[in-house]
Design a protein. Structure first.
Length: 129
């Protein structure tokens, strides 16, 4: 009787532990799947923003507004550098630092001392042609 109670208790504990492990595993998978969807959604939104900006610049170039197109590209570059400099000021992982160095060995030095040309307000680029 005592052995039977011990065996039943042991079986119940094992079943509870197994249920917890299985439930935790499914929960983590579900959470990671949702995070993956959210990350892809954010990347999609960023791509839309980039495509819209590229179309604006292309439109300026097609209308002969070269100076305005160059200004628009400069504003976008300045904005991106400002954001990247803020990431670097906090801390970036070594893989990201290596990636930056691979693409532009001078960029890290530029980012460490970066000052925005436009401050916090971006000029509106228009062309009347």
């Amino acid at each position: 009787m005592v052995v039977r109670n011990i065996a039943l208790t042991f079986a119940a504990v094992v079943a509870a532990a197994l249920s917890f492990v299985i439930g935790d595993s499914f929960g983590q998978r579900s959470m990671l799947r949702q995070a993956h969807v959210q990350v892809e959604g954010i990347q999609a939104m960023l791509l839309v923003d980039r495509i819209v900006e590229e179309r604006k610049i292309k439109s300026l170039l097609m209308r002969g507004c070269t100076k305005e197109a160059i200004t628009a590209v400069d504003i976008n570059e300045n904005s991106d550098l400002k954001l990247l400099a803020s990431y670097l000021a906090k801390e970036l992982d070594q893989g990201t630092i290596d990636y930056i160095n691979h693409h532009d060995p001078n960029m890290l030095n530029e980012l460490k001392t970066f000052k925005s040309k436009y401050g916090d307000k971006w000029p509106v680029v228009e062309c009347n042609s």
